[in-house]
Design a protein around this ligand. Structure first.
Ligand code: PLP
Length: 222
């Protein structure tokens, strides 16, 4: 199967309104261009320097999303152009992103990553931490970030009921946050679902799926 065929197959499975983030981490620019030529415009990467390089070399109408764990000292590589940072998992990181947004005279859209999986290794906030952050005066002073929604990763397991439960918990966090802290249109994204579980994620209200291997084939390293 070719990249174009893979993308078309996934598009047919997307529920209305769900955006496809093509996760191109570790993949060469030639493969990104194949997807681009099939009409794909949103790409996700998880290494800041690699993302910067690809941004510089590839068409400027690509929307670049950062999807992985971001270290504060690397925000500078992507701050000038990144369209969305999916994995904000601490207030410290959000403050650091705000600082880079200020330097670049822009507002950087971010998603709050929640810890929904049973694995301990997955990053993310728990509910109380987010409430504490959003209620603080320090948060209210951040003028160069905007929170556009939430993101989460389910446990890597064949147990579909567990995956369902975890995605449902993210949907509930989103609904509560939207109701209690965010009015209006801007807080609207639920980024959940990868190659192995995006169909379940969409059933629980995902607005953005992040798909790598189903488009570009298996990666030899993370
Ligand atoms: C790599 C990655 C994906 C894509 O995973 P696939 O299983 O290849 O679809 C999605 N989200 C995040 C955060 C990732 O790091």
């Amino acid at each position: 199967m070719s990249i174009v065929q893979n993308i078309n197959q996934i598009r047919q499975k997307l529920l209305p309104g769900v955006k496809l983030v093509a996760v191109s981490k570790t993949k060469p620019e030639s493969m990104i261009m194949e997807a681009y030529n099939a009409g794909q415009r949103i790409f996700g990467e998880n290494r800041p320097q690699e993302l910067k390089q690809k941004y510089e070399n590839l068409p400027k109408d690509i929307e670049w999303h950062f999807i992985g764990h971001l270290q504060t000292n690397k925000i500078k590589y992507i701050a000038p152009f990144v369209s969305l940072i999916h994995g904000v998992d601490s207030f410290r990181l959000l403050q650091a992103i705000n600082k880079e947004g200020e330097k670049n005279n822009r507002i950087i859209p971010c998603l709050l990553q929640f810890h929904i999986a049973s694995e301990e290794t997955k990053f993310g906030f728990v509910w109380e931490e987010v409430v504490e952050m959003l209620s603080s005066t320090e948060y209210k002073e951040l003028k160069h970030i905007s929170l556009a929604g939430v993101m989460g990763m389910a446990t890597y397991t064949d147990n579909q009921e567990q995956v369902s439960r975890e995605f449902q918990s993210l949907k509930e966090y989103f609904d509560r946050l939207k109701q209690q802290y965010f009015e209006g249109e801007q807080f609207k994204e639920i980024s959940m679902g990868m190659s192995g579980d995006f169909k379940i994620a969409m059933l629980h209200g995902s607005t953005m799926v992040r798909i790598g291997s189903d488009i570009f084939g298996h990666r030899t390293y993370l």
